[in-house]
Design a binder for this molecule. Structure first.
Ligand SMILES: Nc1ncnc2c1ncn2[C@@H]1O[C@H](COP(=O)(O)OP(=O)(O)OP(=O)(O)O)[C@@H](O)[C@H]1O
Length: 248
């Protein structure tokens, strides 16, 4: 279980010699159960990606804690192999000099398995994300956006993590490909019983895949709502935000 406990984060604002700080996260607390998909929706600049980086442990909160199964994710040992990520910018997520196989193998190196075992697993993973085994020798620049994102997903699940942070993971894809990738994510979640933190601007996608949604506003949680109660959100801001995101 992922537990976020009163997390605060600020960044320096302005130029090199400025002492002004911007409070980006202002006391965020929530829990994500094992196997749950928790969406985070909020306006641009509200701090969603910053929160995502803190959940991944690649940045530290100024105060508060992110705990994974009771242990602080700031400790590399806690997060390695257990929490992974898929980002929007799939093109720069993969080293252009790596083949698909190298990219997927990279996070698996921390596990004490033989190279043969890992290579066999790459074929299985490609199969699971709907790509042929022959793709393992290809370089990312010859793949379509949807295919690269599938490789990123294969890499993210390669260590069989308990939790994946998906930060606008489908936003750069064509709408038809988005649907396929959402289906894939749903299926993989079922197979591996992982939890997802699904950061997005896409309300339809969130409604499709998430169990609960956090409405995020200016570095704080405005409301947490179960997907069945989405149309009954309490706060005026949450209602307006959701209305603005409905695109059909
Ligand atoms: N490393 C950083 N240094 C300084 N300021 C930062 C840094 N990272 C984020 N910020 C600032 O924090 C605020 C929140 O940014 P963040 O990217 O977390 O928002 P977001 O909700 O994910 O936005 P978007 O939906 O547009 O991606 C922004 O004002 C941004 O400029």
């Amino acid at each position: 279980m992922l537990k976020v406990d009163n997390v605060l984060k600020n960044y320096k604002k302005g130029g090199l010699f400025s002492s002004e700080r911007q409070n980006v996260l202002k006391g965020v607390s929530f829990e994500c159960e094992n196997g749950e998909c928790l969406g985070i929706i909020g306006e641009s600049g509200s701090g969603k990606s910053t929160l995502g980086r803190l959940l991944l442990g690649i940045e530290k909160p100024d105060s508060g804690m992110v705990l994974f199964d009771g242990e602080n994710v700031v400790d590399r040992k806690v997060r390695l192999g257990s929490i992974s990520a898929v980002f929007q910018d799939y093109k720069s997520s993969i080293n252009p000099f790596y083949t698909v196989e190298d990219a997927i193998l990279e996070p698996m190196k921390i596990q004490n398995k033989s190279r043969k075992e890992n290579k066999d697993k790459v074929v299985n993973l490609l199969n699971q994300v709907g790509l042929p085994a022959s793709y393992r020798n290809k370089y990312p620049h010859v793949l379509s956006g949807g295919e690269v994102q599938r490789v990123c997903i294969a890499r993210a699940i390669s260590t069989e993590p308990k939790c994946i942070i998906l930060d606008e993971a489908i936003s750069s894809l064509d709408v038809s490909v988005q649907t396929q990738v959402l289906e894939l994510l749903k299926e993989l979640k079922r197979i591996y019983n992982m939890s997802y933190i699904f950061i997005t601007h896409d309300l339809q996608a969130a409604a499709y895949i998430c169990d609960r949604i956090i409405i995020f506003r200016d570095g704080q949680i405005e409301e947490i709502v179960g997907i069945e109660q989405l149309k009954d959100v309490q706060s005026v801001y949450a209602r307006k935000l959701l209305q603005s995101l409905i695109t059909f």
